[in-house]
Design a protein around this ligand. Structure first.
Ligand code: GDP
Length: 305
């Protein structure tokens, strides 16, 4: 909780500050109250559909509980946000999927350039390594100059090996080498970094599909996760990217990065209601420790503390 609060200062500042200002002006729960509330939520990037839903359900709840005091109303709002977030999901949620014992877990990271894929892999590699897992990394972004080197730097920090190819080599061949090595040398997890150039969606999606086929040829039930990395500071752009990737690959979850750099933590709700994909991790800084499993309840309470 403390870490959450520290890392999310800006999100909390923005979302909760707006909200607290709104509550400071509290007089009675009337139509103006709901208008102001809707405006506050929209301003935090919660997403229009979600705002209407929260507002409608709050009306019911406030009536039901006969909430009149400021504290009652804010409790109802916090609880409602958590409930709605959880209902939009499919139940099991932010849990990571792992391979059966004796097999390496293969996790692919997808997303456009600059969202934080490589950084997230570095953080996760470091955390899993510390937790006693044997981790292997694959530098399958052979397109962006410097991407391999950046992953190797993270490999050095996390003290885990990196499988890399030559510049502009076929990413699928890097993936092939890495999966083979992960299996033959009994690694616990393999994280695959992929390219994210947006200039040519079609080629990118084809490339991702090809990588997946290569993985599956070696290990039929893999990849066990395809995590889409999104930059929280990009607001509606992040939603557009999510739609694009979700339509072309089997995304299993979201990593939301740069939560330390945004006052719009409400994007978590927009992604949830529009994508129906679980947010599994959130990133809130550039250090190896600045990544946490996303827990809706902790997150919502964190916003208002
Ligand atoms: P990629 O192109 O998707 O692999 O993105 P990178 O991992 O190279 O990250 C792009 C930039 O975002 C780098 O400067 C990272 O240090 C930075 N970054 C990544 N995640 C976070 C985060 O959670 N918070 C902040 N503040 N910066 C981040």
């Amino acid at each position: 909780q403390a870490l959450y609060n520290k890392g999310l200062t800006k999100s909390r500042g923005g979302f909760a500050e707006r909200f607290n200002r709104f509550l400071a002006n509290f007089r009675t729960v009337d139509e103006d109250f709901f208008d102001d509330l809707e405006e506050t939520l929209i301003g935090s990037d919660v997403g229009f559909d979600m705002v209407i839903r929260i507002s409608d359900e709050l009306r019911e709840e406030v009536k039901l509980k006969n909430a009149k005091r400021k504290e009652d109303v804010s409790d109802v709002i916090i609880k409602k946000l958590v409930d709605i977030y959880e209902e939009e999901g499919s139940g099991e949620d932010n849990q990571m999927h792992f391979a059966p014992t004796g097999q390496p877990t293969i996790i692919m990271f997808v997303g456009v350039n600059g969202v934080g894929k490589t950084t997230t892999i570095g953080k996760l590699a470091s955390q899993y390594q510390k937790a006693g897992k044997r981790v292997l990394l694959a530098a399958a972004d052979t397109f962006r100059a410097g991407a391999t080197k950046q992953l190797q730097e993270w490999g050095a920090i996390a003290q885990v090996p990196v499988v890399a190819g030559k510049d502009k080599s076929d990413p699928a061949s890097v993936v092939f080498e890495a999966v083979k090595r992960a299996r033959d040398e009994a690694y616990d997890v393999l994280f695959i970094d992929t390219a994210g150039r947006l200039q040519n969606n079609f080629n990118l999606m084809q490339e991702l599909e090809k990588m997946k086929r290569v993985v599956q040829r070696e290990i039929p039930d893999a990849p066990h996760e395809v995590l889409l990395v999104l930059d929280a500071t990009t607001g509606q752009n992040a939603i557009q990217q999510a739609k694009l990737f979700k339509d072309s690959t089997d995304v299993t979850g979201i990593v939301l990065t740069k939560m330390d750099g945004t006052a719009k933590g409400g994007i978590v709700f927009a992604i949830r209601s529009e994508m129906h994909l679980p947010v599994k991790w959130i990133g809130f800084g550039e250090k190896a420790t600045d990544l946490r499993v996303f827990k809706p309840e902790e997150f919502v309470y964190g916003l208002f503390k």
